[in-house]
Design a protein around this ligand. Structure first.
Ligand code: NAD
Length: 292
């Protein structure tokens, strides 16, 4: 079966690899030529754009930074003649409103759009063990379920289009707050003389544990590696989506607002493209200590 993959970044590239491994005939596009070349060497067909991908495949996935980029890519698809596309599966994290808008336009062009944001980070993307939050018609989900099973371990049908994105927004609200809290707590621990290995071992077996503790400490903080992973800019975008949504309900969001400001500080420090663990460096600098 022919499948498309548009966006070969931190998440999209390992997802593309999983689809190749599962035996799919993969048509790919990314604006970064080096990524396109690399996945082509592994057996994918490089395309000149999202339009070309959508003229070759029945199911296309995309994993793109934000809704405006998804929209520009979809505009190219809407304008493409001779579409073979049946379902567009959007793995990006965007707002529920954007997902609903894209679904409506896609229906007018004769294909279904599903929002299927993912969670688990780069490690789960590489292992094909992502958690997938699907929004769309149940029968559409069944059409793409085998392909989703090649990249994810848990597939949840949350509800209609937009509900997957809403669920992901809720998840990343917590992720952002957890990262901000972990950054401060780990620096405080260092100040009182606790070493990172002790804090990691004990907290991951205690009530303070989270994805940040279980995955981000070994993969990033212990290695003092702040590249790759989940970019500060992307987490900032996701927290911003949650803050905008809360505003619609006049809902106070103290934790989210504080976390958002920590991410804003990281961006101001030039860490926007680094992994979210870069938040740690801000508090470390402030307190003149390195968590190790
Ligand atoms: P990324 O920035 O690493 O990758 C995005 C890719 O899209 C890049 O390779 C870029 O060149 C490509 N791109 C940009 N504009 C394009 C265009 N017009 N046409 C084709 N390709 C284009 O981002 P990522 O970390 O892979 O995240 C992708 C999506 O997944 C985001 O919405 C993010 O919020 C979400 N997400 C990320 C993680 C994570 O841990 N990194 C986890 C879950 C969800």
């Amino acid at each position: 079966m022919k499948i498309g993959m548009i966006g070969l970044g931190a998440m999209g590239f390992p997802i593309a690899r999983c689809l190749l491994k599962a035996g799919y005939d993969l048509y790919v596009f990314d604006v970064m030529k080096d990524k396109l070349d690399e996945i082509s060497r592994e057996g994918a067909h490089p395309c000149a754009g999202a339009g070309e991908v959508s003229a070759c495949v029945s199911v296309a996935f995309c994993s793109l930074p934000n809704a405006s980029i998804v929209e520009s890519v979809l505009e190219e698809v809407f304008a493409q003649s001779g579409l073979s596309l049946d379902v567009w599966v959007d793995l990006s994290s965007i707002s529920p409103e954007s997902a609903k808008k894209f679904a409506k336009k896609a229906a007018g062009c004769g294909f279904a759009y599903m929002d299927c944001p993912v969670s688990g980070g780069v490690r789960a993307a590489a292992d094909g063990t992502l958690t997938i939050m699907a929004g769309g018609a149940a029968e559409t989900l069944e059409k793409v379920r085998p392909a989703l099973e090649a990249i994810g371990k848990k597939i949840y049908h949350v509800g209609d289009v937009g509900s997957g994105s809403g669920m992901k927004m809720v998840n990343n609200f917590m992720l952002g707050c957890n990262m901000a809290a972990a950054a401060e707590a780990l620096v405080l621990g260092s100040k009182i003389g606790l070493d990172l290995e002790t804090m990691y071992e004990i907290v991951r077996n205690s009530s303070g544990r989270s994805f940040i503790i279980e995955n981000k400490i070994p993969d990033f903080i212990q290695k003092r590696k702040f590249s790759g992973g989940f970019a500060v800019d992307l987490a900032y975008k996701d927290l911003g989506l949650a803050m905008e949504t809360a505003k619609q309900f006049s809902m106070p969001v103290h934790m989210g607002s504080t976390a958002l400001q920590m991410f804003e500080t990281a961006r101001a420090k030039g860490f926007g493209k680094e992994d979210i663990t870069a938040l740690l460096k801000i508090t470390e600098e402030l307190m003149d200590v390195e968590v190790r």
